[in-house]
Write a protein that binds this ligand. Structure first.
Ligand code: AVI
Length: 312
């Protein structure tokens, strides 16, 4: 009998088994986002201490007329991600593009948000593409000849280590072509206290988000991790300019995942996320290394967040 293989599940298993066996145990952050993880992330974006979403949304609203003035008429907006209910409409309203192409790995969520946007923007061509935007894929038919604006808000670029972030930016450039524009959100370096508060909120939502990864491993990969033996920790790594999220063992633990045994000593951790924060020069250099020339930069008054428009 042929076993049915779910490629997503196998990729998750490979990443978890390899990651937990590594000298510095780590699981890629993209595995946070199952149904529960996506709901928890949504809750995070509404927390008072998690400033990036509020600040970026307000900044987009404030500077959108200036941004729109830089975008050619009849452009296709290509969003890397399914789009947010607040940020995407701000852009679509101001730019009035010929087409909107959201790209996301989660087909159901993508179709749902595409349907909402079609209702909201009558006549807008919404052409969703179900794909992992970090890997090669094709744009829908008819989009190729249009001028293109890539949209990558949310400081998601910060979740990639610089080497992968430049690879990703180059991949966006290859996809969108020379002359394309990219509107990207980046989180700025700020006081360690504010950063830690944002990633270790008093309500404990980010802790639940982090610990949900262990629940997901137990659920989907036949694991028996005692989740109560781990705690959430957010650390600032100054040399690498990033917040790191860890799951720290509070006692010696032994567990299995898909039949494979693992031992974690009290105090050792599973590194579950990086969120890089950029200074002025660093942000520009990252874009340049990824093949994009910054044209305009906007920041809020407090200097918390960047929105940068760059050209391929
Ligand atoms: C999705 N990403 C940009 C978030 C961030 O701030 O790095 C994920 C997140 N992790 C903890 N809180 C939010």
């Amino acid at each position: 009998m042929l076993a049915i293989v779910d490629p997503q599940l196998e990729a998750f298993r490979n990443d978890v088994l390899a990651g937990l066996s590594a000298p510095i145990p780590a699981v890629p952050a993209r595995w946070f986002y199952d149904q529960r993880g996506s709901e928890l992330f949504d809750d995070i974006t509404r927390l008072p201490s998690y400033y990036p979403t509020q600040v970026e949304t307000r900044l987009l609203q404030d500077v959108m007329p200036e941004i729109a003035a830089c975008i050619p008429e009849g452009a296709a907006v290509v969003e890397f991600g399914a789009g947010s209910q607040t940020k995407t409409p701000i852009l679509l309203e101001a730019v009035a593009p010929a087409a909107y192409v959201p790209i996301d790995i989660s087909g159901d969520y993508l179709e749902q948000s595409a349907a909402e946007l079609r209702d909201q923007f009558e006549g807008l061509k919404v052409l969703p593409v179900t794909a992992d935007f970090t890997r090669p894929f094709h744009l829908p038919e008819g989009v190729e000849p249009l001028p293109k604006l890539g949209f990558f808000p949310g400081s998601t670029i910060g979740n990639f280590v610089p080497r992968s972030a430049t690879d990703l930016l180059r991949h966006f450039r290859d996809l969108l072509g020379t002359g394309a524009l990219l509107l990207i959100g980046m989180d700025r370096v700020k006081s360690v206290k504010r950063l830690i508060d944002a990633y270790d909120d008093p309500e404990g939502v980010t802790a639940q988000f982090n610990l949900n990864l262990l629940h997901r491993i137990n659920r989907e990969l036949d694991g028996d991790i005692p989740v109560d033996a781990f705690r959430h920790e957010a650390r600032w790594n100054d040399i690498l300019s990033r917040i790191e999220m860890h799951l720290v063992a509070t006692r010696d633990v032994r567990f299995t995942v898909s039949g494979q045994p693992f031992d974690f000593a009290a105090g050792s951790s599973i590194h579950s996320e990086n969120s890089h924060k950029y200074g002025e020069r660093g942000a520009r250099l990252l874009l340049l290394a990824g093949g994009w020339t910054p044209l305009r930069e906007w920041s809020d008054e407090a200097g918390d967040f960047w929105i940068i428009l760059a050209e391929a």
